[in-house]
Design a binder for this molecule. Structure first.
Ligand SMILES: Cc1cc2nc3c(=O)[nH]c(=O)nc-3n(C[C@H](O)[C@H](O)[C@H](O)COP(=O)(O)OP(=O)(O)OC[C@H]3O[C@@H](n4cnc5c(N)ncnc54)[C@H](O)[C@@H]3O)c2cc1C
Length: 118
């Protein structure tokens, strides 16, 4: 069962949770599970026009690169499960792709020929 209406408060008695809505109704539950989801702050990327779903969440490829080359994303800002472990894993995947895309051996003799990052 789901609840509609604006939440006023929750009360906990006898091992159960009672949801009170602003319209004066209340409903008692044995178990509560909040709905996952968020509204991502991706509006500032509008000029780049990365692929996003109807909720504004970015749609990256398997390496967490968005449809804009060089723009990587991880965590709640991309489509998928909003969990800390997922965000960390996605960040590691993105970092790995970025690492392999960078020139090798920046500390060695190749420095002189490495491209400028300015
Ligand atoms: C109430 C609640 C409970 C949760 N419980 C769990 C749990 O038990 N276990 C679990 O795994 N996950 C849980 N989550 C989900 C988890 O918090 C997220 O999946 C995780 O934090 C995502 O990390 P993130 O770095 O992508 O985003 P965030 O942690 O949200 O970090 C994004 C950061 O970017 C900042 N920001 C946003 N817009 C801008 C901008 N324009 N400029 C600069 N900074 C900006 C924000 O202020 C924020 O600091 C919970 C979430 C909520 C809301």
């Amino acid at each position: 069962m789901s609840i509609s209406g604006v939440l006023d408060r929750l009360s906990f008695t006898d091992g159960a949770c009672t949801v009170h809505t602003c319209d004066g109704h209340s409903q008692r539950f044995d178990t509560m599970y909040p709905v996952l989801g968020c509204t991502p702050s991706t509006g500032f990327l509008a000029a780049l026009q990365p692929s996003r779903d109807e909720n504004g969440q970015l749609i990256p490829d398997a390496a967490m690169e968005t449809s804009v080359p060089g723009l990587f994303a991880a965590g709640d800002v991309v489509v998928g499960l909003n969990q800390i472990s997922v965000a960390v894993g996605q960040a590691a995947i993105a970092a790995t792709r970025i690492h392999h895309r960078l020139p090798c051996n920046l500390r060695g003799a190749a420095v002189a020929t490495a491209p400028s990052f300015r």
